[in-house]
Design a protein around this ligand. Structure first.
Ligand code: NAG
Ligand code: NAG
Ligand code: NAG
Length: 389
C-alpha cells in the first residue's frame, strides 16, 4: 500500500513534470511556427515587391527608350536648324560687305606686339610688323572648273605679277601658267596657257610660287623640296626635308605630306611625323636656302583636317568630315601666341563641293585660292588686328 502510494505520488510527480515539458515544447513549437509564418509572409512580400520593382523597371526602360527616340529626333531637328542658320549667315556675310572701322587701340596693340615678340624670340625673327588675323570671309567667286578633283592653284605671292599657276592633280609635272585670273576665267580649258614642264613629278598639293620660283615637293624615298626658277627654267636649289617618318599632314587629303604656305612673313611648311602623329607641325623656311629656321608642334589635330593656310604667322587649320559637308577653321596656332582658339573667329567656307580642297593664301591681295573638287574658287578675306576681340 505504501508502495502504491509512493508510485502514485511518483507518477503524479512525473506526470506533472511531463505535462510541463509538453507545455513548454508546445509553446516553443508555436513560437517557431509563428516565426515561420512571419518569414513566409515576409518572403511573400519580398517576392511581390521584387515583381512590382521588375515591372516598374520594365516600364521605366520602355519610357527611357521612348525618351531617347524623342531626344534623337530633337537633336536631328537642332542640327538641321544649325545648318540652316550657318547657311543664312554665309549668305548674309556675302551680302554685307561693310566692316566697322576700328583703329582706337592701334598704339596699344603695337606695344603689345613688340613685347610679345621679344618674349618669344627664337631662331626665327619676324620680317614684318604684320599683326593681322582673319576676321571673316567677305565674298567668294567661283571662277571656273578645270581639271580633276584634286589640285591647287595660286599666284606668285611676292612678285607683283598677275600670272596664275595651275597644278592639276597630285602627281604630275606640267604646270599651266595664265597671264591673269581674268584670262584664266575667259579661256576654254587650258588653252591660252603656257605649259611649264618641271624637271620631276610633284607630289601632293602643297606647292608655292614665290618670287619667280616654283617650290614643289618631290617624293624620292624621302621628301625633297625643289626650288625651280621660272625665268631660266633651272633647278636653283633642292633640299631633303629634315623631318623623319613623315605621314600625310591632313587626314582628308592623304596625298599631301608637306604643304608649303606663303604669308607676309615668308615661306612655311606644314607637315606631320609619326613621332607626333596626332597633330600638325609647322616650320618656318628660309626661301633663299630652303633651310628650316624654326619648328613648332601645333595643338591642331590631323584627324578630319582638310587644308591649312598661314596669315601673319598664324596657321588656320580647316576641318571637314569624311562625308563632304561645310568646312570651317576649327584650330589655330599662332607663333606669337596672340591668336588663340578662343579669340579666333569661327570661319566657314561657303558653297563647297568636296571635302578634299586645297587652300592657298596670297598676302598681296588677301585672297584664298581654293581648289574644290575641280572648281577654282576665290575667297576674299576681311582682316582685323590681332588682340582685338
Ligand atoms: C586635269 O587632270 C584631269 C585628270 O585628273 C584630266 O581629266 C583633265 O583633262 C586635266 N585638265 C587639264 C586642263 O589638263
Ligand atoms: C637661273 O637663274 C638663277 C637666279 O637668277 C641663277 O642662280 C642660276 O644660275 C640660273 N641658271 C641658269 C642655268 O642660268
Ligand atoms: C568628296 C571627296 O572627294 N572625298 C574624298 C576625299 O579623299 C578621301 C581620301 O582620298 C576619299 O576617300 C574621299 O572619297
Amino acid at each position: 500500500m505504501r508502495a502504491l502510494l509512493l508510485f502514485v505520488a511518483l507518477f503524479g510527480l512525473v506526470g506533472t513534470q511531463h505535462q510541463a515539458l509538453m507545455e513548454y515544447l508546445e509553446r516553443r513549437l508555436l513560437a517557431i511556427e509563428d516565426r515561420i509564418s512571419v518569414w513566409h509572409e515576409q518572403a511573400n512580400r519580398y517576392a511581390t515587391e521584387l515583381r512590382e520593382f521588375k515591372q516598374q523597371m520594365v516600364a521605366l526602360m520602355e519610357s527611357l527608350d521612348k525618351d531617347k527616340e524623342v531626344l534623337r529626333t530633337d537633336l536631328e531637328g537642332v542640327s538641321t536648324r544649325v545648318e540652316r542658320v550657318e547657311r543664312e549667315m554665309d549668305y548674309l556675310d556675302t551680302q554685307n560687305g561693310a566692316q566697322p572701322c576700328v583703329d582706337v587701340d592701334d598704339k596699344l596693340v603695337e606695344q603689345d606686339l613688340t613685347m610679345v615678340k621679344e618674349k618669344n624670340r627664337g631662331k626665327y625673327t619676324k620680317l614684318t610688323e604684320c599683326g593681322e588675323m582673319i576676321s571673316r570671309i567677305k565674298a567668294m567667286k567661283i571662277l571656273k572648273r578645270v581639271g580633276g578633283p584634286k589640285g591647287m592653284w595660286t599666284k606668285d605671292v611676292v612678285s607683283r605679277s598677275d600670272k596664275i599657276y595651275i597644278f592639276n592633280g597630285t602627281s604630275k609635272n606640267t604646270v599651266y601658267e595664265f597671264s591673269s585670273a581674268r584670262g584664266f576665267a575667259a579661256s576654254v580649258g587650258s588653252s591660252r596657257a603656257k605649259e611649264i614642264k618641271l624637271p620631276s613629278t610633284w607630289h601632293g598639293m602643297g606647292h608655292a610660287i614665290y618670287n619667280g620660283h616654283v617650290y614643289y615637293v618631290k617624293e624620292d624615298k624621302e621628301f625633297q623640296l625643289i626650288k625651280y626658277n621660272l625665268k631660266n627654267g633651272s633647278v636653283v636649289d633642292s633640299a631633303v626635308f629634315p623631318a623623319e617618318n613623315q605621314i600625310p599632314v591632313y587626314s582628308l587629303n592623304p596625298e599631301t605630306y608637306i604643304d608649303l604656305a606663303a604669308d607676309e612673313e615668308g615661306l612655311w611648311a606644314i607637315y606631320a611625323t609619326k613621332e607626333n602623329e596626332k597633330n600638325i607641325c609647322l616650320a618656318k623656311m628660309d626661301s633663299n636656302t630652303l633651310d628650316i629656321e624654326q619648328m613648332w608642334d601645333t595643338p591642331c589635330p590631323r584627324e578630319n583636317a582638310e587644308a591649312a593656310f598661314v596669315i601673319c604667322g598664324t596657321v588656320y587649320v580647316v576641318y571637314n568630315t569624311k562625308l563632304p559637308s561645310r568646312s570651317r577653321v576649327q584650330c589655330v596656332f599662332d607663333v606669337s601666341d596672340m591668336v588663340t582658339n578662343d579669340n579666333a573667329p569661327l570661319v566657314y567656307f561657303p558653297k563647297r563641293y568636296g571635302s578634299n580642297a586645297s587652300l592657298k593664301y596670297n598676302p598681296l591681295d588677301q585672297l584664298i585660292y581654293a581648289w574644290d573638287d575641280g572648281y577654282q574658287i576665290i575667297y576674299k578675306l576681311v582682316m582685323k588686328k590681332k588682340l582685338e576681340v
